[in-house]
Design a protein around this ligand. Structure first.
Ligand code: HEM
Length: 180
C-alpha cells in the first residue's frame, strides 16, 4: 500500500542487522590485514559474534515482517521491477542465513577451538571431517555475493529516492514520512 511504512520493529531490526553485517565485513577485512596473534583472534572472534547476532535476529526479523505492516509494491512500478525487488529481497534473506552458517562451519572445522572474543569458545568438533577448505571457500563466496546483493539493494533505494522520488526509501527510515 503506498504511503505505508514497515513496522517500527522491522525498521529497528533492519538497521541493527545492516550495522552488524557492515561491522562483520569490516572486521573480516581488518583480520585479513593482521598477522597471526591475539589481536587477530580478538578481531575474528568479534567478527563471528556480529555474524551470529545476524543469524539470531533473522527469525525475529522474518516474524516481524510476516506479522507486521508490509507496504505493497512501489507505486507505478512495472511487474518486472516488482519481481526483481522480490527476488533481491529473497536473496538477501537467504544470504543472512547461509553466510553466518558457513562462518559457523568454518569455525567448527578449525584446527583449534574457536575463541569468541573471550566471551565463549566454540568446539572444533568438525575438525576431522576434511571440510575446512570447502566451507571457508563457501563463506568467502557467500560474503562476496552478499556484497553484490547489498550494492544492488542500495542502488535500488537510491534510484527510488533520487530519480523516482516515490517515497519507497522512506518506508524503512526511522522517523521519515513515507509520502512521496
Ligand atoms: C554477516 C555475517 C558475516 C559476514 C558478512 C562475514 C564475512 C566474512 C569475510 C568477508 C571473510 C573473509 C573471507 C576470505 O576472504 O577469506 C570472513 C572470514 C571468516 N569468518 Fe565470517 N562473516 C560472517 C559471519 C561469520 C560467523 C557467524 C562466523 C563464525 C561463527 C564467521 C567466521 C569466520 C571465520 C573463522 C573466518 C576466517 C577468518 C580468518 O581466519 O582469517 N563469520 N567472514
Amino acid at each position: 500500500m503506498p504511503g505505508q511504512r514497515y513496522s517500527i520493529l522491522s525498521i529497528l531490526l533492519h538497521w541493527t542487522m545492516a550495522l552488524a553485517i557492515a561491522l562483520a565485513w569490516g572486521g573480516a577485512q581488518l583480520a585479513e590485514a593482521l598477522g597471526r596473534g591475539p589481536t587477530k583472534s580478538l578481531v575474528v572472534g568479534s567478527h563471528a559474534l556480529l555474524g551470529l547476532a545476524v543469524l539470531a535476529l533473522l527469525l525475529p526479523r522474518l516474524l516481524a515482517r510476516w506479522l507486521g505492516t508490509v507496504p505493497g509494491p512501489a507505486p507505478g512500478a512495472p511487474a518486472w521491477e516488482q519481481r526483481l525487488a522480490t527476488a533481491a529481497h529473497l536473496l538477501l534473506y537467504a544470504l543472512m542465513l547461509a553466510l553466518p552458517l558457513s562462518g559457523l562451519l568454518t569455525a567448527l572445522t578449525g584446527r583449534a577451538p574457536f575463541d569468541l572474543a573471550g566471551l565463549a569458545t566454540l568446539p572444533n568438533s568438525l575438525a576431522g571431517t576434511g571440510l575446512r577448505g570447502l566451507v571457508k571457500e563457501a563463506h568467502e563466496v557467500l560474503a562476496n555475493l552478499m556484497l553484490g546483493a547489498i550494492a544492488l539493494h542500495v542502488g535500488a533505494v537510491a534510484w527510488h529516492a533520487i530519480v523516482r522520488r516515490d517515497g519507497v526509501a522512506a518506508r524503512m527510515m526511522p522517523g521519515a514520512s513515507p509520502s512521496a
